[in-house]
Design a protein around this ligand. Structure first.
Ligand SMILES: *[C@@H]1O[C@H](CO)[C@@H](O)[C@H](O)[C@H]1NC(C)=O
Ligand SMILES: *[C@@H]1O[C@H](CO)[C@@H](O)[C@H](O)[C@H]1NC(C)=O
Length: 381
């Protein structure tokens, strides 16, 4: 499988004269803002605004300080908004320095789609599950409509209806129960996760969203953290060093999501509802990192451990712990640009950039969503 890189700026400029013109005064992009819902894969600082503070070496590559993201740099959502010429998304939970005129981010680390039956302080699950994030969007919208363009932090009413709404959640619904439940049991809960997401799509539609992109789930059976932590037999390993059972649960979830979105699409005919196949790109990176300019697939950059995965659940990236009388620390590698996995769970800036570029090309989405035809894409530095 070939990964399509972000088109050169020149090509993007040629293709977009019409789209730019039809975008009116803005001139650059069909979408005036992005509103995102999700978990750590797209949290741009929400969780760490609520529960400060994030530690180094997170953010080391791009921001050069912890920037609330579970990566060494930018996330897929950061690359998307930058390519669209929009500012990085302010977390809804960030009370200092936020600007929501071009979008907002409701995602928080450790969020689930379903309402959790536990607490952050018991099992580490974020209280800001998808239902809360949707309520936050509704609250922001109410305030934006009321202020009618006269508030320096809020989007104008016409921006809300000309925005891209993105949803990237569900992974924690699958993984957070894997310690206590078998994969077969967890699989039984996945249809309700999917229906939570599709009902959120319909709720967003009911408040005016017409462009909604839903990300599928990445192959967690290739994550260094799960390869280290989850029980599996050597028979369960595929030819690329990933676990078949967990990856097939992800495939089951993704197919269900794709089918359910097709049903929603039939009901909401004047909306563009896109299934973004992040899974295909991420799996390709884990399987063939070298084909895409990287070196390591299933080995984490930031971690501790002498094993092949460089991951120890007791000494997570950025933390220290006394093990067998010795202080051990999980530090970053010197070359995160060569890794797919940053901390064993989340992608590096390098991987996120490839994933974002591929998704923007349209060929990893159903129906095809070629962002360069909708926006004059900005070259990504
Ligand atoms: C929480 O408990 C309720 C009632 O037992 C159940 O229906 C729901 O699926 C549970 N949620 C999760 C995330 O497990
Ligand atoms: C998603 O579903 C559509 C039909 O609705 C199908 O054409 C497409 O191949 C599916 N995509 C994936 C990645 O399974």
């Amino acid at each position: 499988m070939r990964i399509t890189w972000l088109a050169a700026a020149a090509a993007a400029a040629l293709c977009c004269v019409d789209a730019a013109a039809s975008a009116g005064g803005q001139g650059q992009c069909k979408f005036r803002a992005v509103f995102n819902f999700g978990d750590s894969n797209s949290d741009t600082g929400g969780f760490w605004a609520a529960f400060p503070a994030q530690q180094a070496p997170f953010g080391m590559t791009y921001f050069r300080r912890p920037a609330g993201r579970a990566s060494d740099g930018r996330l897929v959502i950061d690359f998307l908004v930058q390519a669209m010429g929009l500012p990085l998304l302010s977390p809804y939970l960030q009370s200092v320095g936020s600007d929501y005129r071009r979008g907002a981010n409701f995602a928080t680390l450790a969020s689930t789609a379903l309402q959790p039956n536990t607490s952050l302080f018991v099992t580490g699950t974020s209280p800001f599950f998808l239902g809360v994030q949707l309520n936050q969007m509704k609250e922001l919208r109410t305030k934006a409509l009321r202020s009618n363009g006269n508030n320096a932090q809020l989007p104008a009413p016409d921006v809300l209806s000309n925005s891209l709404y993105t949803i990237d959640i569900g992974q924690n619904d699958l993984t957070s129960n894997l310690g206590s439940q078998s994969i077969e049991t967890v699989k039984q809960s996945l249809p309700s996760v999917v229906s939570q997401i599709t009902s959120t799509v319909q709720e967003l539609y009911s408040i005016g969203a017409r462009n909604i992109m839903v990300f599928n789930m990445a192959p967690i059976g290739c994550y260094p953290a799960f390869l280290t932590k989850l029980p599996h037999t050597s028979n369960d390993m595929d030819g690329f060093g990933c676990m078949k059972t967990y990856n097939s649960a992800v495939t089951y979830y993704n197919e269900l999501l794709n089918t359910s979105l097709a049903e929603v699409r039939k009901k909401l005919q004047d909306a563009s509802i896109v299934y973004a196949n992040k899974h295909a790109v991420t799996l390709e990176l884990f399987r063939h990192p070298k084909a895409h300019g990287l070196k390591y697939g299933t080995k984490a950059c930031c971690g501790y451990g002498d094993g092949a995965y460089n991951f120890n659940p007791d000494v997570y990236c950025g933390s220290s712990k006394v093990l067998n009388g010795q202080t051990t620390s999980a530090k970053a590698c010197a070359d995160p640009q060569n890794y797919v996995s940053w901390d064993g769970i989340h992608g590096t800036e390098a991987a996120n950039k490839i994933i974002a570029s591929s998704l923007m090309s349209g060929s990893y989405s159903y129906p095809p969503f070629d962002l360069s035809k909708l926006c004059k894409l900005q070259p990504i530095a």
